[in-house]
Design a protein around this ligand. Structure first.
Ligand SMILES: Cc1cc2nc3c(=O)[nH]c(=O)nc-3n(C[C@H](O)[C@H](O)[C@H](O)COP(=O)(O)OP(=O)(O)OC[C@H]3O[C@@H](n4cnc5c(N)ncnc54)[C@H](O)[C@@H]3O)c2cc1C
Length: 384
């Protein structure tokens, strides 16, 4: 992966923007892109193209396939080679560990909010956008559910998923061909979740933060109920649970079919029963790590695709678009509606926090004047 990872970072994502200014910002990296030209050409397309015929050990093949699935929600045959190479570059930088953020997932959110506020931004919670306002064929702001209107100074940027963003666009604001095409983006499957608070008295002393259970490699890593992820972040950061307790998140990563849940009433007996049935694989995976787990639980919450859809407010509780790298790239953040940009996991480069952060940065760059963008690249130490 060594030359491929060097090629994957030859162009910093911070240099990208969705307009002609990219000729200047990306152009400065032409010499290094040229140096890595042969590796770069191998990064286009799916990761499996790189491993085929090279990796013959079945376990390593399976492991890389699993790694791709956890990154993109798709197997190696559909995961971008550039994305995997980029992640290798991250993981194998000196002093880097793939663990868990201090302060839990909220630690990441807090960091983003601090950055936003430092630039004079404001975060409004409980502010459901009912509609994107369009005047004279231009997105000019948003209307909230409580009737409040927010006018945009420069642009409206949506990081809701492609399907959820389309719902916010008034009829006729984009062509029906565009709407149909984007609406047809295939979604990855959804999740089952187990959120537990447990008594950690006399628990095994070698408890780790992360475990992955694969029940049967032969079923394939995308098969429903086959791959189960376990995180016990209070092992690394005791502030995440009261003394003597652990907090555990078990989930089936993007492999729970939404169709099994669609239309079920969340208060019905049938729903409760399905929850018990479909959570069993997660309990069994956890029992392989903590055999007496069921008797230790003080808090037990089971999440389903309907929970995921409702709390994360995502179409079909999906992990994100299932866009195969073998067929094409995620769309850019531009839209045919003037003044409307998109970022997040429905846009290039794709799913996952690093990719999503990059997509937001690229849209911000696009809105910034070119000289300010160039100065920012100098400032963060990547400009030439
Ligand atoms: C269980 C799980 C584990 C994961 N683990 C990792 C990991 O280890 N590493 C990693 O890199 N990635 C991981 N991911 C993927 C990563 O979390 C996502 O790719 C990323 O959060 C997507 O960010 P986003 O901004 O595109 O979308 P979202 O995070 O879904 O943000 C969209 C926001 O829009 C809001 N919204 C929607 N509609 C409206 C509306 N009408 N009005 C106002 N607000 C609205 C939603 O409430 C939501 O807050 C994981 C995902 C899951 C589910």
């Amino acid at each position: 992966m060594e030359p491929l990872k060097d090629a994957a970072i030859a162009l910093p994502p911070a240099a990208l923007r969705w307009d002609w200014g990219a000729v200047r910002t990306v152009g400065q990296f032409a010499p290094s892109l040229w140096r890595h030209a042969s590796s770069i050409s191998r990064l286009t397309g799916a990761f499996s193209k790189i491993t085929e015929g090279v990796i013959t050990d079945p376990f390593i093949q399976n492991w890389l396939n699993l790694l791709c699935f956890l990154l993109s929600g798709l197997p190696a045959s559909d995961t971008s080679a550039a994305e995997v190479a980029f992640m290798f570059a991250e993981w194998y930088r000196p002093q880097v560990a793939l663990d868990y953020p201090i302060g839990g997932s909220a630690g990441l959110v807090d960091a983003l909010v601090r950055g936003l506020q430092r630039q004079g931004g404001e975060l409004w919670l409980n502010a459901h956008v009912e509609q994107i306002l369009v005047e004279n064929n231009c997105a000019t702001g948003v209307q909230l559910r409580n009737g409040k209107v927010m006018r945009a100074r420069r642009a409206v940027i949506s990081n809701a998923s492609v399907w959820d963003t389309l719902r916010l666009l008034p009829a006729g604001s984009v062509s029906s061909a565009f709407r149909r095409k984007r609406q047809a983006t295939p979604p990855c499957d959804s999740f089952m979740h187990l959120h537990l608070g447990i008594d950690a008295t006399h628990i095994r002393s070698d408890l780790a933060c992360h475990y992955i259970a694969v029940n049967d490699w032969n079923r394939g890593i995308t098969a429903a109920q086959n791959v189960i992820l376990v995180s016990i972040p209070s092992v690394l950061d005791p502030s995440l649970a009261p003394e003597g307790k652990h907090v555990i998140h078990v989930y089936t990563p993007g492999n729970e079919p939404y169709d099994l849940w669609q239309g079920l009433d969340r208060r019905s007996e049938a729903y409760a029963q399905r929850k018990q049935e479909r959570s069993e694989v997660m309990w069994q995976a956890l029992e392989r790590i903590i055999p007496d787990i069921r008797s230790r639980c003080e808090v037990t919450l089971i999440g389903t695709p309907l929970t995921h859809e409702r709390y994360l407010r995502r179409h079909r509780g999906s992990y994100g678009p299932a866009i195969s790298a073998a067929k094409g790239l995620f769309p850019t953040g531009q839209t045919p509606l003037a003044g409307l940009f998109c970022c997040g996991d429905s846009t290039f480069p794709g799913i996952g926090l690093p990719a999503v952060a990059a997509s937001g940065m690229i849209v911000a760059n696009t809105l910034a004047p070119l000289d300010q963008h160039l100065a920012m690249l100098e400032d963060i130490g990547v400009g030439r």
